[in-house]
Design a binder for this molecule. Structure first.
Ligand code: ATP
Ligand code: MG
Length: 357
């Protein structure tokens, strides 16, 4: 078994070696972390050291031994003592040269896609930074010149021409506003994060929305009252949820319905590209609308700058959301709920570490 054991130790995927009597005798480091149980505890108490008595994994291993081959369960929700949950594919396979020995590997799929998404969003945000910095610099100065010139002309001309100079001024102002928005990307200073109450922020965003673009829309809230404070920057978080709510309102239309929900999901961990330790992103905020959904051809490109399906849209709303969420070390994603025909934008954020004294 030495060969299999060595192989196991070198694997980054959580994997466990099972002896012919069904006992998990060796676990690699990734498995010890994932199962939150040491190799020794597993060897002594069996699978119950990780999952408690009578688990899906134990049953799966029993089946593989009974049937004398490999078997797999996909997208299994694994429950751990203490309430932690994780979703994974569990693959049980016989060891080549000694098929009475088994390996059990855990593929934490949802986490893998989250990591990919997080680093992708960082890339998109970085390229936006370059474009925005250049444009802001090149456009803003001449704009103020054009605006000033139009105002001078206005004094010297008749009513008919005034309409034209006014048009210049309002259009220049619109461009200046756009450039201002883009400049938010050029700020690469690290955000100052402190403990914030996410419900208070959502309440504020909701009030702002109802005064403006979401007036008359029914916005429902379903909050998890036990949610701990987020490690966040208040202004930045307000910006995220305003942008998401605005998109939801635009998608749902005047008769539409929007829901805001929060939940605490402790097992969710994301390992960034450089970070050695996986970060936990247990705070979940969802903005849900009953509009027609993100156009399928846009997919995840909606988080890139200038991607828009709206006439007059700048396509910067979600790019900014992606940047700010990445600055928080969080993740944003969207999905379509098939059963209810709703669109969900989900933001996952870290908890503020307890500060005592
Ligand atoms: N809730 C949603 N439902 C359906 N599609 C959406 C939703 N949110 C975003 N989208 C799609 O993603 C695109 C990009 O959104 P984003 O907020 O980045 O830009 P925009 O809303 O088009 O313009 P801006 O926010 O700058 O006014 C939208 O044009 C739309 O096609
Ligand atoms: Mg938008």
């Amino acid at each position: 078994m030495a060969g299999a054991a060595e192989l196991l130790a070198g694997l980054a995927v959580p994997a466990v070696l099972v002896a012919p009597d069904g006992m998990p005798v060796q676990a690699n480091l990734a498995a010890e972390n994932f199962l939150n149980a040491s190799q020794q505890a597993l060897g002594e108490k069996g699978w119950s050291a990780a999952f408690g008595a009578d688990s899906d994994v134990e049953r799966l291993v029993a089946r593989a031994r009974r049937e004398g081959g490999g078997c797999a369960a996909f997208d299994l929700t694994l429950g751990f003592p203490g309430g932690r949950q994780a979703r994974a594919d569990v693959l049980v396979s016989p060891v080549g040269e000694a098929p009475e020995w088994l390996t059990v590997a855990f593929q934490t799929r949802s986490v893998a896609t989250l990591v990919e998404r997080q680093s992708l969003q960082k890339g998109a945000a970085r390229s936006a930074v370059g474009v925005a910095a250049m444009l802001a610099h090149e456009i803003k100065n001449p704009l103020s010149g054009i605006r000033g010139a139009a105002q001078l002309l206005r004094r010297a001309c008749g009513d008919e021409e005034r309409e034209l100079t006014d048009l210049i001024v309002t259009e220049v102002d619109r461009i200046a506003k756009l450039v201002d928005r883009m400049e938010s990307f050029t700020d690469t200073r690290p955000l100052k994060l402190r403990p914030e109450n996410i419900h208070e922020i959502l309440g504020h965003v909701r009030r702002v929305a109802e005064q403006g673009f979401a007036s008359g829309l029914g916005i429902q809230e379903r909050y998890d009252p036990s949610l701990p404070p987020v490690a966040g920057n208040r202004d930045a978080l307000v910006q995220i949820f305003l942008n998401l709510l605005k998109n939801a309102a635009e998608a749902a239309g005047p008769e539409g319905k929007i829901r805001i929900t929060t939940a605490f999901r402790p097992g969710l961990k994301v390992r960034g590209a450089a970070a050695a330790k996986p970060v936990s992103l247990p705070l979940e905020v969802r903005i849900i609308d009953n509009g027609p959904g993100v156009p399928p051809e846009l997919g995840d490109h909606v988080f890139e700058p200038f991607v828009t399906s709206k006439r007059g849209g700048s396509g910067l709303g979600l790019a900014l959301v992606a940047k700010i969420v990445a600055d928080h070390g969080g993740v944003v994603e969207h999905e379509r709920l098939v059963e209810t025909g709703e669109t969900v934008f989900r933001v996952l954020l870290p908890v503020a570490r307890e500060t005592r004294g």
